[in-house]
Write a protein that binds this ligand. Structure first.
Ligand SMILES: Cn1cc(C(=O)NCCN)ccc1=O
Length: 117
């Protein structure tokens, strides 16, 4: 008999995928701008321009603290991080290019783990 996937196991699978994806992002060559919060002393206008800062360390901590109710909430934070990057950086800047590259890598991983139906 085909075992019916309990919702609990489904969420556990999602959590494992989200942890696996962020681990791959953290070691990506283009992750360097996103590993830690943007330094607001180095970039004094950042806090005024970017209303909701987000970075990989913050997302990793939220995962570990079990603060994401769904994989969609996790995905939202990653897209927020990449959108913040586009707001604050020129596309052809080193940080801007890294952001586009890492976003593309993330969306590919996302679709691998969670194929659109
Ligand atoms: C995401 N982001 C990162 C930086 C940055 O320079 N990070 C390097 C840390 N060593 C600058 C602007 C920005 O939006």
């Amino acid at each position: 008999v085909v075992p019916v996937m309990q919702p609990v196991q489904k969420e556990q699978k999602d959590l494992q995928s989200c942890k696996s994806i962020i681990s791959e992002l953290e070691v990506h060559e283009d992750a360097w701008p996103f590993l830690l919060p943007v330094n607001t002393r180095q970039f004094p206008t950042y806090k005024k321009i970017i209303k909701k800062p987000m970075d990989l360390s913050a997302i990793k901590k939220k995962l570990d603290d079990n603060l994401y109710k769904t994989r969609e909430e996790y995905c939202e934070d990653l897209r927020l991080m990449f959108n913040n990057c586009e707001t604050f950086n020129e596309d052809d800047s080193p940080v801007g290019k890294a952001g586009h590259n890492l976003r593309s890598f993330f969306e590919t991983k996302w679709n691998e783990h969670f194929p659109p139906t």
